[in-house]
Design a protein around this ligand. Structure first.
Ligand code: ADP
Ligand code: AMP
Length: 217
C-alpha cells in the first residue's frame, strides 16, 4: 500500500499515520520528523533546514525531494509506505510521481484530513511532544498521565518551537498558498479520499480504514 497523508499542520496526520502504518505493516515516513532528527544531530542537512523550519517555511524542494528519494530506497519501503508531510506543494507532487514511476509504482490513495483553521490552531498550540521517544500529546485532548511527563519514557515534554502562535500563523498561510492546491492535483488523478478530521482520533482512524478498504474490495 503506497499512501500519502495530506492535511494542514495540526490536522492529525502524525497521529493517524502511526495507526495506519501498524495496520498495513508499512513504514511511516514523516519529512518533518526526518528534518527534526537531522537538526538535533547537527548534520549538514539539519543546518540547511534550520532557518526554514524555525520560520515555519518550506525547506527548498531539491533538498526535500532528495531526502525522500533516499528514504524510499530503504528496504522497508519496498512493500509500501505512508508519507506524512510530503508532498507539500505541486512541484513535490510531480517529483513524487517521477520517483514512483522510476520504480514502476504508483500511489494507491491520498488521504486528505480536513480540519478548519480554528481547530488547527487549538491543536497546534496545545501539542506537546517527547524529545526522547517522539510521542505526541495534547494539553486538553490527549494529556499525559502525569502533567508534562511522557507516559512512554518519562522524559519531560516540550512544545515544538514552531508550534508557538507566531510561527503557527506563517505555517497555516504556507499551507493555504502552497500545499492546499495539492487537493485539486490529486482529485484530478482520482485518488483523493477526503476525511472529516474534526472527530475523535478513533473515529477518524475508522473512517480512513473503511474508505481505504472500500477502495480495494
Ligand atoms: P500533524 O501531524 O497533522 O501536524 P498531529 O497528529 O501531531 O498533527 O496532531 C496535532 C495535535 O492534535 C496533537 O497534539 C494531537 O494530540 C492532537 N490531535 C490529533 N488528532 C486529534 C483528534 N482527532 N482530536 C483531537 N486532538 C487531536
Ligand atoms: P511538520 O512536522 O510536517 O509540521 O514539518 C515541520 C517543518 O519541516 C515544516 O514547517 C517545514 O519547514 C519542514 N518540512 C517538512 N516537510 C516538508 C516538505 N515536504 N517540504 C518542505 N519542508 C518541509
Amino acid at each position: 500500500m503506497n499512501l500519502v497523508l495530506l492535511g494542514a499542520p495540526g490536522a492529525g496526520k502524525g497521529t493517524q499515520a502511526k495507526y495506519i502504518a501498524e495496520y498495513y505493516h508499512i513504514p511511516h515516513i514523516s519529512t518533518g520528523d526526518i528534518f527534526r532528527r537531522h537538526l538535533s544531530e547537527g548534520t549538514p542537512l539539519g543546518q540547511q533546514a534550520r532557518t526554514y523550519m524555525a520560520e515555519g517555511k518550506l525547506v527548498p524542494d531539491d533538498i526535500t525531494d532528495a531526502m525522500v528519494d533516499e528514504r524510499l530506497r530503504l528496504p522497508d519501503a519496498i512493500r509500501g509506505f505512508i508519507l506524512d508531510g510530503f508532498p507539500r506543494n505541486v512541484n513535490q507532487g510531480t517529483a513524487l510521481e517521477v520517483m514512483l514511476a522510476d520504480r514502476e509504482r504508483h500511489l494507491d490513495a491520498v488521504i486528505y484530513i480536513n480540519v478548519p483553521r480554528d481547530v488547527l490552531i487549538e491543536r497546534l498550540v496545545g501539542r506537546r511532544v517527547c524529545p526522547q521517544c517522539g510521542a505526541t500529546y495534547h494539553v486538553r485532548f490527549d494529556p499525559p498521565k502525569v502533567d508534562g511527563i511522557c507516559n512512554v519514557c518519562r522524559s519531560s515534554l516540550v512544545q515544538r518551537p514552531d508550534d508557538r502562535l507566531e510561527t503557527v500563523a506563517t505555517r497555516l498561510s504556507v499551507y493555504s498558498e502552497e500545499t492546499a492546491p495539492l487537493t485539486a492535483f490529486y482529485q484530478e488523478r482520482g485518488n483523493l479520499l477526503e476525511i472529516d478530521g474534526t472527530k475523535s482520533v478513533q473515529s477518524v482512524y475508522e473512517a480512513i480504514i473503511q474508505r481505504l478498504g472500500a477502495r480495494h474490495d
